[in-house]
Design a protein around this ligand. Structure first.
Ligand code: 3H9
Length: 687
């Protein structure tokens, strides 16, 4: 008998309950528990059927990812599942919560499946750089057909129980809250009806129409080329599904195994699995006791209805929280609210919201031109122009109006939060909530703790972030916090390389090839040369281009010229401006190959990350990775700059930085922490 399994028999039906918090991942103990339960059930003459059900909040959420890369401890999952499918007694999976990955694959080995309406079922392995490796690629197409299987497995999208019923992934719906009883009754009914022990593996009708049709997969690849770029898993999933259609079942399973093992051992999957745990780690704040209070936040105030303020507001409306939105003029207020409405209406047109939901969310906004309207808010977020003088004025006013205990947050992206907090009588209630643009879309939220921010305020912000669907990363006060500070170094080097004669298009190409959606100059042209970067009196290529009316894609072109379809070509004007500025600064042209360009651009990001870590601005290296993957779309399959640096080798990075330092000076001086770790052969985790 195992600790995680409970066995009982009721009226000839064995109920095997697995309870292994938090998510019933198929760990060694769980696999052993399932084996023990089934063996008992098979051995008993009074048992005619078996219901497999989970305790806690969910059905099995998949293989235990933390076991990957470690020596396997039996029983292995595939043998457990084979046993169930080929077992002599009718077996029913009873599903609540999530049946994901190996969890759904397990259910597909059972002879029948029943779920409560709120259950979700899916094969999300693609997000971990894997494919469903416990028969999922061979069984799901046998139920839903090839096109739907391609969509579900390459997107990793879970489906609800009702949809699962309509496509045949489950066979029956249970009443919410009555899964156990309904599953037992369902088993009894099946027995009474003389139902057969159906095996998904024996079905052929849904895959036969797609047999020997390679064009289906080529079309699918073409359609999704952009989204799949750089990832290894989608391609292997496609190949495995093709095998499901083209090969006999056992050969298909063999093919699945080869393709799975290739992914499991790939650097891409290692990075994506790291990212999975890193994302969950960010919420853990050392030094914050478990019993730190969470302050109630039931109403929010937002100051500033511009792009940021509007996006921030939407996050709260989306979870049904009322927002008082304050602006300086009626015109700005109307414009901001208009943008929010248009965003929601676009979602409604795409079928993501009903018109009723749009109206419900809009009705949660209380617009105002008066700060006094913020008096009742539990949390006020300032999203005004990025100027210390203005922010100080806003906080001084807010201090007089906000109720005692209210959290006062600034959305500043680089200003000194402590200086802002000092203008109030309650710096312990002041915190930074740095949203990334578009604030209603980007999942990163940098929570910035000031010197005096109270633990309860930090805790509340971290919890609230999760409620609005953000991944909170805690940062200390410094210029640019984590993501912007680290990435600024890439921008500085990109500008320097251009002045040395490397074409912007070459830099963009190298960054794109690394896996970013676009390079820094394409990005600048897209966002606008007049809005990117901070005000400065220094003459730069960018300032010169702006002077010549080149603001980017929106006006006159930027680093590139654009045709009427916004297709870019290198701009002779930009080339001329670059030459002029370089000549004025006395910078001699040089060439750099792709590897040199990449090192120049990205090693400084790693180095800055190491400084951020050694200064204690970030709690852990993986928080920096999460911030850059979520804030700047750093390719997930590299694991972020810090994880990637370890795959390159910290000693290699330090050696290259030193070489660059000798040529270009202190900007490349390796961080002390980086040097230490490289010298001792350690990684950031040991820092
Ligand atoms: C697979 O199945 C491969 C097979 O095809 C082939 C095998 C041969 N393993 O997300 P949460 C932990 S691959 C280990 O905050 P939620 C998680 O780290 C797997 N641990 O909760 C966290 O720990 P902590 C395919 C796991 O309610 C805690 O559980 N399956 C696993 O927001 C709570 O997690 C997936 O990809 C796991 N599989 O969301 C599903 N899953 O508290 C992955 C979770 O120490 N999981 N943990 O930080 C999820 O998507 C979400 O966790 C879930 C719950 C939706 C289930």
């Amino acid at each position: 008998m195992s600790d995680v399994m409970h066995f009982e028999v009721e009226n000839g039906i064995a109920i095997v309950t697995i309870d292994s918090p938090p998510v019933n991942a198929l760990s060694q103990a769980v696999r052993q528990g399932i084996t023990d339960g089934f063996q008992q059930a098979w051995a008993r003459d009074d048992v005619q059927a078996i219901v497999l059900i989970c305790g806690g909040r969910t059905f099995f959420a998949g293989a235990d990812i933390s076991e990957f890369g470690k020596p396997l401890q039996g029983p292995d999952l595939l043998s457990v599942l084979d046993g169930i499918e080929n077992g002599s007694k009718l077996t029913i999976a009873a599903i609540h919560g999530n049946a994901l990955g190996g969890g759904l694959e397990l259910a597909l080995h059972c002879h029948y499946r029943i779920a409560v309406p709120s259950a979700k079922l899916g094969l999300p392995e693609v997000h971990l750089g894997l494919l469903p490796g416990a028969g999922g690629t061979q069984r799901l197409p046998r139920i839903v057909g090839v096109p739907a299987a391609l969509d579900l497995m390459t997107s990793g999208r879970p489906i609800g129980a009702r949809e699962a019923l309509s496509v045949g992934v489950i066979d029956a719906l249970a009443e919410e809250g009555k899964l156990r009883d309904d599953a037992v009754a369902y088993a009894r009914r099946l027995l009474d009806e003389g139902a057969t022990l159906t095996r998904v593996r024996d079905r052929d009708d849904k895959v036969a129409p797609y047999r020997n049709k390679p064009e289906i997969y080529d079309d699918f690849r073409r359609q999704h080329a952009r989204g799949f770029r750089g990832f290894k898993a989608p391609e292997n999933i496609i190949k495995a599904i093709q095998a499901a259609a083209d090969l006999p079942f056992d050969q298909g399973i063999q093919r699945e195994r080869e393709l799975f093992v290739e992914l499991r051992d790939s650097k891409e999957s290692a990075a994506q699995r790291y990212a999975f745990f890193a994302e969950r780690e960010t919420a853990k704040v050392p030094g914050l006791p478990k019993d730190t209070p969470v302050l109630p936040v039931t109403s929010v105030g937002v100051i500033g209805a511009g792009t940021m303020g509007g996006g921030i507001t939407m996050n709260f409306l989306n979870i049904g929280m009322p927002v008082t939105l304050v602006e300086a003029s009626q015109e700005a207020l109307d414009r901001g609210i208009g943008v929010i409405r248009r965003n929601y209406e676009t979602s409604a047109r795409k079928g993501k919201l009903t018109n009723e939901q749009v109206e419900k969310r809009m009705a949660l906004i209380t617009p105002s031109l008066d700060y006094a309207a913020l008096a009742g808010a539990d949390l006020v977020i300032e999203a005004v122009f990025e100027s210390m003088a203005i922010k100080k004025e806003v906080f001084a006013r807010l201090d007089k109006i906000a109720k005692p205990g209210a959290i006062l947050a600034s959305n500043t992206s680089f200003l000194d939060l402590d200086e802002i907090a000092a203008t109030t009588s309650r710096p312990e209630n002041v915190i930074g909530l740095h949203f990334f643009s578009p604030a209603n879309v980007m999942r990163l939220l940098e929570v910035v703790r000031g010197q005096k921010t109270a633990p309860a305020v930090i805790n509340t912000a971290m919890q609230l972030a999760k409620k609005i669907g953000k991944v909170p990363v805690l940062a200390g006060v410094c210029d640019g916090f984590i993501a912007n500070r680290a990435m600024r170094t890439r921008g500085v080097q990109a500008d320097a390389l251009v002045l040395e004669g490397v074409a912007p298009a070459d830099i963009d190409r190298v960054i794109y090839a690394y896996g970013f959606a676009m390079g820094p100059f394409q990005m600048t042209d897209l966002v606008g040369l007049d809005v990117i970067g901070r005000d400065s009196t220094e003459k730069t290529v960018r300032s010169e281009l702006v002077k010549r009316g080149r603001l980017g894609q929106k006006q006159g072109g930027g680093y590139y010229d654009y045709d009427e379809n916004r297709r870019p070509t290198p701009s002779p004007v930009a080339t001329e401006v670059i030459r002029e500025v370089a000549a004025e600064k006395g910078i001699a042209p040089r060439t750099a190959d792709d590897a040199e360009i990449l090192a120049r651009l990205l090693y400084p990001v790693v180095n800055e990350g190491a400084k951020i870590l050694e200064e204690g601005i970030a709690i852990r290296a993986s928080d920096i990775d999460v911030a850059l993957m979520m804030g700047y779309n750093w390719p997930v399959y590299t694991g972020g700059p810090m994880f990637w640096a370890e795959t390159v080798g910290l000693a290699n990075i330090v050696a290259k930085l030193k070489e660059l330092e000798s040529r270009y000076g202190a900007a490349f001086k390796p961080a002390a922490l980086l040097e230490q770790l490289a010298a001792s052969g350690k990684g950031f985790r040991d820092a």
